[in-house]
Design a protein. Structure first.
Length: 130
């Protein structure tokens, strides 16, 4: 099985996501009253999905070669939102809540999206096993 990296220090995507979910659990146990039950669930979903877009050739190449940028790279937050099962969430959350989830994942880093064009999207291909 291929191991996907989340960070240039070698942290895997699985470890990074699990660490974030552990921190969320600490936050929730410390301040349980600051959010409603459904908002805690949305925050958990945001944590789970926020970096899944890193599972793409260009990001993995960039991180493995310790580069800052690769031409044609699409920000991983935008790729991550394509994996959120928005239709499945419709019965559980309001349209506004789902919109907040999608936007929080897409924009969890400050990014300039205006540089992305159709050729960048068309250049995406399924990740190949090494």
């Amino acid at each position: 099985m291929m191991e996907f990296l989340a960070k240039s220090n070698g942290e895997t995507l699985i470890d990074h996501t699990n660490n974030l979910l552990s921190q969320l659990k600490i936050l929730k146990n410390t301040y349980p009253e600051i959010l409603t039950r459904s908002d805690w669930e949305l925050l958990q979903l945001a944590c789970a999905y926020h970096d899944l877009g890193k599972i793409n050739d260009k990001f993995q190449e960039k991180i493995r070669k310790n580069k800052w940028h690769i031409d044609g790279e699409i920000p991983h937050g935008l790729l991550s939102i394509t994996l959120i099962p928005a239709k499945d969430l419709e019965g559980k959350f309001s349209e506004e809540q789902i919109w907040v989830l999608i936007n929080s994942v897409a924009r969890h880093h400050k990014r300039d999206f205006k540089e992305i064009d159709k050729k960048d999207i068309d250049s995406l291909k399924p990740l190949e096993k090494n």
